[in-house]
Ligand binder design. Structure first.
Ligand code: HCA
Ligand code: CU
Length: 375
C-alpha cells in the first residue's frame, strides 16, 4: 500500500455525531483546516437536509480550496437536481442495499435501485461533475446483487464506487475479500467507509487499501453516527508506518493536533487520552527499562516519531517504576553534577517514596536537590 486518498467527512458524517452542531463560520474554519492539512476531498452534508445546509455548501464551494468539494445525497433525482446547483466538484450518491434497509428504510428492490442509480449518475455526469455510487450496509447485502449493481454503474462510467460498513460489523478479512471481488468486476476507483462499532475501523481501512481500494472516508477524531468512523489521525498513524514517504510528503502532519483540537472544541469533547499521536500519553515513556532505551535510541520503543507531528516525547520519571537512567537525564536537566553511583542512590530514595504515594515532578526534584545539597 503506497498511494491512497482521503475523503474527509467531518462536515457530513461528522455532523451526524451526537454532539455536532457546526455554524457556518465553524464549517468554513474546519474546511480550511482540512484543506491546509492536505485532504483530497471534503464531503459536505446534503443540500436537501436543510436550507442552511444548502447555503453552507455553496459558501464552502466558493472558498476556492485546493481540496475538491463533494456533497452526499440519496440516490434520487430530487436530491441530485439540488446538489448539482451548489457549485460542488462532485456528488457522492448512496442507497441502502441490505435486506434491512430495503425492508425498513426505503422499501425498494434491486431493479428499482439500479434504475434510479443509472438515472442519477447520468444526470450528474451530464453536468460535468464527479460521481460516486455507493451501497449502504454493503456487508449485510447480497454479494451477487451488490456486484451486479456495481457492474452496471461502472459501465455508465462513475468515477468511484463505494462500499460502506454502515453498522460496523465487518472484519478485516471480510473487507479484503469484498474489495477483491469488487475490484475484479469494476474498472473505476474503490472508496470505503467504515464505522467503528466493533473497533475495526482503522484495521478495515488498511485491509481495504491492501486489497486495492484507493480512497478511505475519515472524520477528524472519528466522529460520526453512533461511535463514528475511521479517525483521520488514527489512519495517519497507521499509514505513516506503512507508507512513510508518501504520507510525510502529502499531508501537513504538524497541523494534526490543531485540526483535532478545533473539531474537539467544536463538538465539545476532549481529545481521547489514548488517541493515536495526540493523546496526552501517546509519547510518554514510563517504565525504567523503557526510559533507558528511549534515551539511548527512541526507535527502541516508538514506531511513530513525535517530531513528524510537531510533538515531543516525554520521559515519565516521577514514579516507582523509574530507573536511574531516567533520573540521570533529569539531573542533567537540572544542571546538577552527580556520579552514576550517586544517581543510583538517589533513584533508590525516589522509588521508596514512590511506593508510598504518587509522585509529582516537584517531589523528585526536591529529593535530587536535597541529596545534592547534602553532599
Ligand atoms: C448513513 C450513510 C453512510 C454513507 C456512507 C457512504 C453509511 O448511514 O448515514 O456514503 O459511503 O455509513 O452507510 O454514512
Ligand atoms: Cu456512515
Amino acid at each position: 500500500v503506497t498511494r491512497f486518498q482521503i475523503i474527509e467527512s467531518t462536515l457530513r458524517e461528522g455532523e451526524q455525531f451526537a454532539n455536532a452542531f457546526f455554524s457556518t463560520e465553524k464549517k468554513i474554519e474546519i474546511a480550511k483546516a482540512l484543506d491546509e492539512f492536505g485532504i483530497d476531498y471534503i464531503e459536505l452534508t446534503s443540500p436537501v437536509a436543510s436550507e442552511q445546509s444548502r447555503k453552507d455548501c455553496e459558501a464552502i464551494c466558493k472558498l476556492g480550496l485546493k481540496a475538491k468539494i463533494l456533497t452526499h445525497i440519496r440516490c434520487h433525482m430530487d436530491d441530485a437536481k439540488v446538489a448539482v446547483e451548489t457549485g460542488v466538484d462532485g456528488v457522492d450518491v448512496v442507497i441502502g442495499t441490505s435486506q434491512f434497509l430495503r425492508q425498513y428504510s426505503h422499501g425498494k428492490d434491486m431493479n428499482y435501485i439500479a434504475k434510479s442509480a443509472v438515472e442519477v449518475i447520468e444526470f450528474v455526469k451530464s453536468k460535468g461533475l464527479e460521481i460516486r455510487f455507493s451501497s449502504e450496509d454493503s456487508f449485510r447485502s447480497d454479494v451477487v446483487d451488490l456486484l451486479n449493481i456495481y457492474k452496471t454503474v461502472d459501465k455508465i462510467g462513475v468515477n468511484r464506487v463505494g462500499i460502506a460498513d454502515t453498522v460496523g460489523c465487518a472484519n478485516p478479512r471480510q473487507v479484503y475479500e469484498l474489495v477483491r471481488s469488487l475490484k475484479s468486476v469494476v474498472s473505476c476507483d474503490i472508496e470505503c467507509h467504515f464505522h467503528d462499532d466493533t473497533g475495526c475501523a482503522i484495521g478495515n481501512a488498511y485491509s481495504a487499501l491492501e486489497a486495492g481500494a484507493k480512497l478511505i472516508d475519515t472524520c477528524v477524531l472519528g466522529i460520526g453516527e453512533r461511535n463514528g468512523i475511521v479517525p483521520l489521525g488514527g489512519l495517519m498513524a497507521r499509514m505513516i508506518v506503512s507508507a512513510p514517504d508518501y504520507v510525510k510528503s502529502k499531508y501537513n502532519l504538524k497541523k494534526l493536533r490543531d485540526l483535532e483540537t478545533l473539531v474537539a472544541e467544536a463538538v465539545e469533547v476532549n481529545l481521547p487520552f489514548n488517541n493515536p499521536i495526540t493523546g496526552f500519553c501517546a509519547f510518554t515513556h514510563k517504565a525504567g527499562i523503557h526510559a533507558k532505551a528511549i534515551l539511548a535510541n527512541p526507535s527502541t520503543y516508538e514506531i511513530l516519531n513525535p517530531a513528524d507531528f510537531g510533538i515531543s516525547r516525554y520521559i515519565h520519571f516521577a514514579n516507582r517504576l523509574t530507573g536511574w537512567n531516567a533520573i540521570k537525564s533529569r539531573v542533567e536537566q537540572l544542571n546538577l553534577q552527580l556520579t552514576d553511583d550517586q544517581i543510583k542512590e538517589v533513584t533508590a530514595k525516589i522509588k521508596q517514596m514512590g511506593d508510598i504515594r504518587p509522585l509529582g515532578i516537584d517531589d523528585v526534584d526536591s529529593v535530587i536537590k536535597d541529596y545534592h545539597a547534602e553532599l
